[in-house]
Design a protein around this ligand. Structure first.
Ligand code: ZN
Length: 181
């Protein structure tokens, strides 16, 4: 990824050579803070818009409230407000949608777009373990909004994914779905 800021020392040097006959200064140091670099600054509005547009596409194609059996399995662990807000469907999305691309290229059997969860297959949508993970993302969206989620995902997507994975794992332990360590 070519970053515009990385070209600044060369540009500065060139301008200095044009404007003076003096010895050029050494190139200035370029801080590469991942939170403020050019790529991230461009990625944030793109990702936020992609999430909102992909969510809207899923809703247009038809979504349902959480299945009764899944809700029964997760009630008491996942907050009611999250269970009430979540919507879901299987598949769909246009060629540029996140659901088509993240699922289609095998990154995930499900993707959460704000409060809309898109599963790859109907069998995936019957798996409460997968729901536990994705509902944690719904809760993250409720807490931070789409922009806030996108900013955190870009800055450190591992932190958000680890939180969702740990959330699912804790539920599995608490409900006896895994043997004690
Ligand atoms: Zn996830």
């Amino acid at each position: 990824m070519i970053r515009i800021k990385q070209a600044l020392p060369a540009l500065t040097f060139w301008l200095t050579m044009l404007s003076a006959g003096a010895e050029p200064p050494a190139p200035p140091d370029v801080p590469l803070d991942p939170q403020v670099d050019t790529f991230d600054a461009l990625a944030l509005p793109w990702l936020a818009a992609a999430i909102a547009e992909s969510r809207d596409a899923a809703i247009r194609e038809g979504v349902a409230t959480i299945p009764r059996a899944i809700r029964a399995a997760l009630a008491g662990y996942v907050p009611d407000a999250v269970l009430d807000r979540a919507r879901w469907r299987v598949g769909g999305g246009g060629w540029l949608s996140l659901q088509r691309n993240l699922i289609g290229f095998g990154y995930s059997p499900a993707v959460t777009l704000d409060h809309a969860i898109v599963f790859e297959t109907a069998a995936d949508a019957r798996d409460p373990k997968l729901w536990a993970h994705e509902l944690r993302h719904v809760e993250q969206f409720m807490l931070w909004g789409i922009e806030g989620f996108a900013a955190r995902y870009i800055a450190n997507y591992n932190a958000l994914e680890n939180d969702a994975a740990e959330y699912r794992w804790t539920w599995m332990r608490q409900t006896g779905r895994v043997p004690p360590p």
